[in-house]
Design a protein around this ligand. Structure first.
Ligand code: GDP
Length: 392
């Protein structure tokens, strides 16, 4: 699937930058164009791979290149004011070669938190291809204002995109490690998961065509219907067959060893599917009740078989209760077999309910503190008996 990616804010820009690097390393061909939008000049300069002409600085009149702090209302305002500048960069993209837009942002900050939903709304008005969001939730230790920003951005972003895929920084923090220190690793985990999902079906010339191909229309169908998505992932290292990898594709009905190989391959796939669905998801949630799912099995073709994928798919249908579970393979010459599962339309997500609760508390605290400091200031400035008159 070919995407036009737009990273909004610092996290968004860094993640899209990383997608370009992933594309380069794996030849997956998913990033047809990459744009970064920010109100902080330094963040744009810090990017490595996004072409300089695709880096758009917005809000110069208001914040002079210094960013919006964590003020996401200001982030939304300047995105609206400068939407033409963002559109100018998008005009350079050959959108007829693109299957969908992907707007990426951290939802806890200011620029991306406020700006990404504004951009999504704008894109949906102009283009007919789907507009997806990839939104990052802040760690719970980042504090009340980040949680409040994320809760408000989440609500708005879901409404404006065709589907919001969510990644929760909180559940990816290593114990004893600050989220900040681990961003590099976290971003790699993000691009790996979404890279495999979106890379399926993008088979380059001369590469093997998958036995049961996942193409972009299946990804689009899985994401259609809107709502919130999460991704599960599991992988196992395998040895690459130096002979070129047509070995076990033809096994199954042959001699004893071949049967054993086929059974191993099937078992490996089914256990990877279970691990991916029951392990750590990008957004932790109950998978039962998922509306639609897509299973992608990536790896050297001799380690993929239809039986394994079919079993994994059936198992997923039972676990999720969904009647719409798609599946297919994605042959690639990497020394691992990986299962990536897109669970679309999840609704039982306690993490979001907790986030909203904390956000409401933070909002009340902020209102109380503001009221209190207004009262305190008045008490300081005014004399007790109201005997003094201001000059004017
Ligand atoms: P903005 O530039 O004002 O949009 O704000 P940021 O993108 O810097 O930060 C928003 C939130 O994104 C933070 O609260 C973090 O939770 C998260 N964040 C910042 N940088 C990264 C990153 O590189 N990777 C990930 N996964 N999250 C990040």
């Amino acid at each position: 699937m070919k995407l036009a990616m737009i990273g909004f804010g610092q996290a968004g820009g860094k993640i899209v930058d990383r997608f370009l690097d992933y594309d380069d390393r794996t030849n997956s061909g998913i990033v047809r164009a990459a744009v970064a939008v920010n109100s902080a000049k330094a963040d744009l300069i810090g990017l490595d791979n996004i072409p300089k002409e695709n880096r758009v600085l917005i809000g110069q009149a208001r914040v002079k290149g210094h960013g919006v702090g964590a003020d996401n209302e200001l982030g939304a305002e300047i995105a609206e004011e400068d939407i033409d500048e963002v559109q100018n960069a998008i005009d350079q993209i050959p959108t007829h070669e693109v299957d969908a837009f992907l707007v990426v942002s951290g939802m806890g900050g200011g620029t991306g938190s406020g700006g990404a939903p504004v951009l999504a709304k704008h894109l949906k008005r102009i283009y007919t291809i789907p507009v997806y969001g990839l939104g990052v939730l802040p760690g719970t230790d980042e504090g009340g204002i980040y949680t409040l920003n994320a809760a408000r951005s989440f609500q708005t972003f879901v409404r404006e995109v065709d589907n919001l895929m969510v990644f929760d920084n909180d559940s990816w923090r290593q114990t004893g490690e600050s989220v900040e220190g681990g961003y590099d690793q976290i971003n790699e985990e993000i691009v790996r998961r979404f890279g495999i999902l979106f890379g399926a079906g993008e088979v380059g010339e001369g590469e093997e065509v998958a036995e049961s191909v996942v193409d972009s229309s299946e990804i689009i169908n899985t994401l259609s219907g809107g709502g919130v998505s999460t991704v599960g992932f599991a992988s196992e290292d395998v040895e690459l067959n130096s002979g070129g990898g047509l070995l076990s594709r033809f096994t199954g009905d042959g001699g004893g060893d071949d049967n054993l190989d086929a059974a191993n391959t099937t078992n490996r796939i089914t256990s990877l599917v279970r691990k991916a669905a029951l392990g750590r998801l990008t957004l932790p949630c109950e998978i039962e009740g998922t509306e639609r799912a897509l299973l992608v099995l990536a790896g050297p073709s001799e380690y993929l078989n239809r039986k394994g994928i079919e079993r994994g798919r059936k198992w997923l249908e039972e676990e999720t209760g969904s009647m719409e579970v798609r599946g297919g393979d994605y042959p690639r010459e990497e020394p691992e077999v990986a299962a990536a599962i897109l669970l679309s339309g999840v609704t039982n997500v306690p993490r979001i309910k907790r986030l909203q609760q904390v956000a409401i508390e933070a909002q009340e605290n902020i209102d109380d503190i503001q009221q209190e400091s207004e009262d305190n200031l008045e008490e300081l400035v005014e004399d007790d008996e109201d005997e003094l008159e201001p000059l004017f």
